[in-house]
Design a protein around this ligand. Structure first.
Ligand code: FAD
Ligand code: DLZ
Ligand code: SF4
Length: 507
């Protein structure tokens, strides 16, 4: 039965189930389509990395002898469905459509209509690039009153055998997070991640994106990301020797004008299929076994990949479609414009947004404790914040963006993902970065004219959500501090917060 094998833009892996047992009369279809490029205002670098990596991947498949129809953006095909329709009219004799399950619910809904529309059988294969299936995650979650990443992660360590010795965690501990909160010493040299000069394929895509998406965030000419599996593996191996040894120690640190620090910048490649999670973990374990990286770094990194990444994916599929509509703290303030242009006097926000604009990247603590924390404290509209995160990061696909934003950063799921809101005042930011030393605002002040906005907004967040949050054991200390303040002080702080919320655009 001649089969049309559809490969989506985030499925660029040679080991993709779609590519197993391809018959001589089968065809592969890949398509750059309008709906996927326009469903949110993607950063220019996100579109460039996906289109260029798709074109490189298609070339490698042609090199292996596969018959492949590649629909380019200039052909103006509207949707993935229209791309399949076009392929079926162009190529006679196709009797079956096959693909690997899509990462996003939205795309899954579209594909669900294909069997009826084309009157052909459609086979959707499990995505074996993840370490556990959606069904296995549901099995783990079944009957649990609360889902917590730490317990899931321990199961994943046992399941994969990674960093396990005689059935016990290497080093006698599951988690070395407590040694991963160091502040950066001023004199520490920070190595840069590997970047790549655009080749002719990428240059063509850069020009296309500059032409068709002129108002989207970013500068197409600044694009320097990897666009093939080979380059992505080079970038990862560079990280392994240069940054990974200190990844654990400075995982939560931030420094002015340092967008990458000791992070891998690999989510971009991992999420579109250029890197393989099992391969990355095996390299990390090997580096630890050879004494090249300490255990806290190896464990910290592996936890992100087999723990957080798999956990948010499982949770997304378990909770969708309802998850996307949650807004448990009734956050509804409009997203300030500075999230898009980055012009704000708050140095921490200016840095996180500036890095985002320039690289379609910022590291986890900037996403969570700067832009995410501000959105949480100011009660910014959940949908608008989620749309922003989905648009501006090159690694953003809804399955991973939504639980991180709606659940982890905004606590809009009322604790399905995390045990407490990640709310913090300026004090935390001053401890973990040197931003405050370069800021217009005074991090030690809460109510004065020049007071750090995070301070009053932090207390106001706790006060306005007290009835919902005060029972959380992990917020007892914060509420005790709030309750110890005099009524006059409380009123002053809340007035200041109201003033800040009114002047949000001017901060
Ligand atoms: P590293 O610090 O080097 O970590 C290694 C790898 O671990 C990452 O490449 C990533 O694959 C994985 N990882 C780490 N933390 C997480 C996490 N919380 N969830 C899933 N995977 C994780 N990650 C995305 O891949 N896409 C997103 O759209 C995305 N949106 C986010 C939105 C918010 C509000 C927050 C707080 C986090 C978001 N994250 C997202 C998670 C995390 O911030 C990024 O994976 C990370 O910053 C990517 O940079 P890196 O590759 O240098 O990561
Ligand atoms: C993000 C994206 C973009 C910008 N463009 C395409 C595209 O033209 N063709 C395609 O197959 N995929 C694209 N993607 C990825 C999809 O939007 C989507 O995230 C994945 O298919 C996961 O469901
Ligand atoms: Fe951010 Fe406040 Fe520090 Fe300024 S003072 S950098 S606004 S935390």
């Amino acid at each position: 039965m001649a089969t049309l094998r559809v490969i989506l833009g985030d499925q660029l892996s040679p080991a993709l189930p779609t590519l197993s047992q391809v018959a001589e009369d089968d065809w592969i279809l890949m398509a750059e389509v309008q709906t996927e490029a326009h469903y949110c205002p993607h950063h220019k670098h996100k579109i460039i990395v996906i289109f260029s990596a798709m074109r490189h991947f298609a070339e490698s498949l042609r090199g292996l002898g596969y018959q492949l129809r590649y629909i380019r953006f200039d052909e103006q095909v509207r949707s993935l469905t229209d791309a399949v329709a076009l392929a079926l009219t162009e190529i006679p004799g196709l009797q079956h459509i096959l693909l690997t399950e899509p990462g996003e619910y939205r795309v899954g809904q579209e594909i669900a209509g294909w069997a009826g529309r084309f009157n052909l059988p459609v086979t959707s294969l499990e995505d074996s690039r993840f370490l556990i299936s959606r069904a296995q995650f549901s099995g783990w979650a079944a009957g649990k009153r609360q889902l917590r990443m730490e317990y899931f992660y321990r199961e994943m360590r046992k399941h994969t055998g990674l960093l396990m010795q005689d059935g016990q965690p290497a080093g006698g501990q599951w988690n070395f997070d407590s040694s991963n909160r160091k502040a950066l010493p001023a004199e520490l040299t920070i190595p840069a991640p590997l970047s790549f000069e655009p080749d002719l394929v990428t240059q063509e895509v850069q020009a296309l994106v500059a032409r068709h998406f002129p108002t989207n965030m970013g500068d197409a000419s600044q694009f320097r990301l990897a666009v093939s599996g080979k380059q992505a593996r080079q970038a990862f191996l560079h990280f392994l020797t240069q940054q990974l040894p200190l990844f654990g120690d400075y995982q939560d640190a931030m420094r002015i004008d340092q967008p990458f620090l000791f992070h891998s910048v690999c989510s971009i490649y991992l999420n579109c299929g250029l890197l393989d999670a099992r391969w990355m973990c095996s390299k990390v374990v090997l580096a630890w076994q050879q004494g090249l990286v300490p255990l806290n770094a190896a464990e910290g990194f592996i936890r992100q990949i087999i723990g957080w990444r798999e956990y948010v994916r499982g949770l997304y599929w378990l909770q969708m479609p309802g998850y996307k509509t949650l807004n448990s703290l009734n956050a509804a303030t409009a997203l300030p414009e500075f999230y898009w242009h980055g012009q704000t006097k708050m140095r921490c926000m200016q840095q996180a947004i500036e890095h985002t604009k320039r690289y379609a990247y910022s590291h986890h603590i900037q996403r969570l404790m700067i832009t995410g924390n501000f959105a949480l404290l100011a009660g910014l509209d959940v949908q608008q914040v989620c749309n922003w995160y989905l648009a501006v990061y090159a690694d953003a696909y809804e399955w991973v963006e939504l639980p991180n934003t709606l659940g982890m950063a905004l606590f809009a799921d009322n604790g399905i993902l995390a045990s407490k809101p990640y709310a913090a005042s300026g004090k935390y930011i001053a401890r973990m970065s040197n931003y405050c030393k370069h800021c217009h605002y005074d991090v030690n002040d809460t109510t004065g004219d020049n007071a750090c906005p995070f301070n009053a907004l932090y207390w106001d967040f706790l006060a306005r959500n007290q009835s919902q949050l005060q029972t959380s054991a992990r917020l007892q200390f914060s509420y005790k501090n709030w309750d110890m303040k005099t009524d006059a002080d409380k009123q002053r702080i809340r007035n200041k917060a109201q003033q800040l919320l009114i002047q949000l655009e001017q901060l």
